[in-house]
Every structure is written in structure tokens, then in C-alpha cells.
Design a protein around this ligand. Structure first.
Ligand SMILES: Nc1ncnc2c1ncn2[C@@H]1O[C@H](COP(=O)(O)OP(=O)(O)OP(=O)(O)O)[C@@H](O)[C@H]1O
Ligand SMILES: [Mg+2]
Length: 332
């Protein structure tokens, strides 16, 4: 598989001694949606700025589709597009006019402009509002317009810095529905930064968690959650309590790490709940024990973060700040 991104031991030092990135390595397969998840100040934007050739690493290398972001920056810039964390459209002109300006900046040939602008408006679901002033748009519409601007160049890889920051859940869903449709049509690789765990979990193929300039773990959300270990299977039985012999037999099952019984509730700690569940159901069936209800509780990405970073991710302050800034800019 071709690597869309290959980062090798990248360090970025600011002000002579502050290591914003402290030896970051990661690879992203072409065609994947990749999430870089981390708290405020973790180094997400810094890495994205290196990959988009805006700044150079202090040491280490970063490659985009095999091209060195420092030595071959101008070639890299032809393949990529970038939507920054901050607002990147003008609010006192229309969506269409923004796209027209960007298409000129990007050097889209005059004869292709109309078609491409129509396409990106369509892709981001903005066709009907394209002639309205951007200051009348909702936050989600503005973000989709910013993404539309980035798509004018038909990038091989799209970098999105906090694509849905400050948006409500339905606007967030709207942004991602359009992004996914676009990705499926064009096979574009998407690299996004986020501090929303659910966004990383739902929309990415793979996730890297970054904290204080270091990648602390990387994998699919399933792999990451699985690595925390200790899934919980909870049964509610028809009978009030398990017979002592049955309990002993349960404890003998190798995959079960722990058993807790309280009246008609049986709680098992296991490695892989889905795998062991049929086995346990057969076990109960054979002994004529009726199960009323089963639930599986798995570690969340929050638990993953806690395990690898040693703290819980806290984003509350940052979020309201960004929402407020975007609102202020929109009002003009
Ligand atoms: N140009 C710079 N000069 C000095 N320090 C910087 C510079 N850019 C970033 N930093 C510092 O590097 C660290 C990482 O910043 P970065 O913007 O990459 O974090 P982030 O993960 O994107 O955070 P956020 O969620 O707030 O966007 C922060 O402590 C930041 O203050
Ligand atoms: Mg950032």
C-alpha cells in the first residue's frame, strides 16, 4: 500500500528549548481517513503545519506521497489542500465569490472555473445558498464552504485542522456526511486533527493519540480500546442467585478473568466479550439457567487516553473560546 504520509522521528523546537513535537513517527495509507487526537497544546497543529510545508521540523523527516516536505515542498503543495483551525473565508461576500477568489489564488484555469466551483458547491451541499452572504450562514455551512474552497484543487490528501470545532452534533454530522461522500468518489486521503473522541472514533479508519508532543498510541479505535483490556459482560438471570457449584465452574473458564455475583446479576471481566458471549450463553443453557438480559461494557477512547497519556482529555475551556471567536468573526 502506498503511504500518503510518512513521518520519521520529527522534533519541532520552539523558542530554543520547547519541544512542541518530541520524536513523532507515523504512517498513513493512501485513501484512509486518519485522526490525530489530542488535547489543547498537544502538537496537532504543529504537525499539520509541517506536513503542509508551512514550517520545517527541527529534526527528522516528513514525506507526503513520498515527497520530502522540506526539500520538495513545492511538489508537495501541488498534491495537498489544507483547511486551518481558524476561519478562512470572507463573511461579507457570498459563498460563490469566496470560491471564485480561491480558484484564482490556486490558479484554476479560467475555462474550468465554473464547472469546478459548481462541483465543489454540490459536494458540500451549498449549491442553493451559494449567492447568499457568508455572514448569514450557520457555523456548519461556513465550515463546509471552507472545505469546498480546499477541494477546488482536487487534492490527493486533504488536511483538516479541527474540522468541526464549535459545531453542534447535527452540523458536525452534515460536515462529515459530505466529506465521506467526497472521499468515496475521489479516493482522497483525509488527515484531520481533533480533540473530540467521538469524532475520531466514528469517522476515522485509524487514530493516533498525541500528548505533549509524543504519539502515545496508534491503531483503529477497536484496537485501541481493546488494548486497554478488561471488557465487562453483565448478565441478569431469571433466578435470584447462582448455585455455588455453577459459580465454581464459571470461574474455571480460562477466558474469564473475574466473576462477581450479586443476587440475580452476574458480572464477568473478560478480554473479548463478543467472542466469549456465545460460549457463556451455551454454558447457562446447558444448566437450564435463563438469562433475562445481557450487556457488554467496553473501554472508551477516554479510557484509552487515560491509559496512555496518564490523564483524561479536557477540552471544555478551549471549545467555548473557539466557538466564540468564530461567532464574533461572522458577525463582523
Ligand atoms: N510558533 C510558535 N512559537 C512558540 N510556541 C509555539 C508555536 N506554535 C505552537 N507553539 C506551542 O507548541 C505547543 C503545541 O501547539 P499546537 O498548536 O501544535 O497544539 P494543538 O495540539 O494544535 O492545540 P489546540 O488543540 O489548542 O489547537 C503549544 O504549547 C503551543 O503553545
Ligand atoms: Mg491546533
Amino acid at each position: 500500500m502506498e503511504n500518503a504520509v510518512d513521518v520519521k522521528d520529527v522534533v519541532k523546537i520552539f523558542n530554543g528549548n520547547f519541544r512542541a513535537l518530541d520524536g513523532v513517527s507515523l504512517k498513513i495509507e493512501a485513501g484512509n481517513i486518519f485522526a490525530l487526537l489530542g488535547p489543547n497544546g498537544a502538537g496537532k497543529t504543529t504537525l499539520m503545519r509541517i506536513l503542509t510545508t508551512q514550517i520545517s521540523p527541527s529534526s527528522g523527516q516528513a514525506y507526503v506521497f513520498g515527497l520530502d516536505t522540506v526539500k520538495e515542498g513545492s511538489q508537495v503543495r501541488k498534491l495537498i489542500s489544507y483547511v486551518p483551525q481558524e476561519m478562512s473565508v470572507w463573511t461579507d461576500i457570498s459563498g460563490y465569490e469566496n470560491l471564485l477568489i480561491y480558484s484564482k489564488i490556486y490558479g484554476v484555469p479560467r475555462e474550468k472555473r465554473d464547472d469546478i466551483i459548481r462541483d465543489v458547491l454540490e459536494s458540500m451541499g451549498l449549491h442553493e445558498v451559494s449567492n447568499r452572504l457568508v455572514k448569514t450562514y450557520s457555523g456548519g455551512m461556513i465550515r463546509r464552504l471552507e472545505i469546498a474552497c480546499a477541494l477546488l484543487v482536487r487534492p490527493k490528501i486533504l488536511f483538516l485542522d479541527e474540522p468541526t470545532i464549535g459545531l453542534d452534533p447535527s452540523a458536525r454530522k452534515g460536515v462529515w456526511e459530505k466529506l465521506r461522500m467526497f472521499k468515496n468518489e475521489y479516493g482522497t486521503t483525509i488527515f484531520f486533527n481533533t480533540h473530540y473522541m467521538d469524532e475520531a472514533e466514528i469517522y476515522s479508519d485509524r487514530i493516533a493519540i498525541i500528548n505533549r508532543g509524543k504519539i502515545v498510541t496508534i491503531g483503529t479505535s477497536e484496537e485501541l480500546k481493546h488494548s486497554v483490556g478488561g471488557e465487562i459482560l453483565h448478565f441478569t438471570l431469571e433466578e435470584t442467585s447462582l448455585h455455588g457449584d455453577v459459580l465454581k465452574e464459571l470461574e474455571k473458564i480460562e477466558e474469564i478473568k473475574d466473576v462477581m455475583v450479586s443476587n440475580s446479576d452476574v458480572t464477568l471481566v473478560v478480554d473479548d466479550a463478543e467472542m466469549i458471549l456465545p460460549h457463556i450463553m451455551t454454558f447457562f443453557n446447558k444448566r437450564n439457567i435463563l438469562v433475562k438480559r445481557v450487556s457488554i461494557t467496553k473501554p472508551t477512547l477516554d479510557d484509552v487516553f487515560l491509559k496512555y497519556a496518564g490523564t483524561r482529555i479536557d477540552v471544555s475551556g478551549r471549545l467555548s473560546e473557539v466557538t466564540q471567536v468564530r461567532r464574533m468573526i461572522r458577525r463582523g
